[in-house]
Design a protein around this ligand. Structure first.
Ligand SMILES: [Zn+2]
Length: 271
């Protein structure tokens, strides 16, 4: 018997589920596909009340994670995600932060250990489609890189996913957005990005139209209120948000079913 069509996204922190995969979660749920979110860390290294950073007075990691996991539940409700699995590893913080040195943080857990737990979840849900970040975690965050590593290892050891994707922010889209924002006279000082940010357009295989789910993505983003300062999209004008959130792009890493070079559906070839 064919198992139920299932999407699994493997993310590092509470809030990562929204920008790159919130639309596909909502859209595929609407289409009757089962959706599973795996969140690897508790997000302890996020902002505390008033935007305080780890190590600063008033930043209590346990309190930050409690708050963020509560926000995650709200976000998940907006996106109609069926199952949320928390691996519960401590957040490693950004590159160079003190937490990097703690042996127990997610980025320092042996890959095979965390991958075995993820493999168990793949056995349970049998996702045909798995989504995570690219080798560089899309922007170098140690927890995003580790999420990529364990997702690859679990996919290989179980052989369960038929299609495997990296989330992507197309470079052309970023340039277009920057130009657009400049043209509106927006203050761009907050939006400086490294030159190599984003994925070269020729590598993008899959672009999914999620414009119908824009409002729900925004609500899900807003649910992560304690991290609001870090979510620059929320500070952009409404029409710019619509452009940025209306499509989600991916790079197909492998497919066990025939798939076109350019597709508009992660489940193309599977239904
Ligand atoms: Zn993250």
């Amino acid at each position: 018997m064919e198992s139920e069509l299932t999407l699994m996204a493997v993310h590092a922190h509470p809030d990562d589920e929204v920008i790159s995969t919130g639309g596909v979660f909502a859209r595929y749920a609407d289409e009757g596909i089962r959706t599973v979110l795996v969140t690897c860390t508790n997000g302890e290294q996020g902002d505390g009340p008033g935007g305080v950073k780890p190590g600063e007075p008033g930043h209590d990691p346990a309190d930050v994670s409690r708050r963020r996991l509560g926000e995650l539940r709200e976000s998940v409700a907006h996106l109609a995600i069926d199952h949320v699995e928390l691996l519960g590893y401590p957040d490693s913080g950004m590159v160079g932060w003190d937490a990097n040195a703690d042996t127990g943080v997610f980025a320092n857990v042996p890959v095979e250990q965390a991958a075995a737990r993820l493999a168990d979840l793949m056995e349970r849900y049998r996702p045909q489609v798995v989504v995570t970040y690219d080798e560089n975690g899309n922007y170098g965050h140690p927890d995003h890189i580790q999420a990529h590593r364990i997702a690859i290892a679990a996919a290989e050891s179980t052989g369960i996913p038929r299609k495997f994707y990296h989330t992507a922010i197309p470079r052309a889209g970023i340039e277009e957005m920057m130009e657009y924002l400049r043209s509106t006279g927006a203050d761009m000082t907050d939006f400086e990005l490294p030159d190599d940010f984003g994925t070269p357009d020729e590598e993008i295989t899959t672009v999914v139209d999620v414009s119908a789910y824009f409002e729900r993505k925004v609500k899900a983003l807003e649910a992560h209120a304690s991290q609001g300062e870090n979510i620059f999209l929320l500070r952009m004008p409404d029409d710019a948000q619509r452009r940025a959130l209306g499509t989600e792009s991916f790079v197909r890493r492998f497919s066990a079913v025939p798939s076109p070079d350019h597709e508009d559906d992660l489940f193309a070839g599977l239904r």
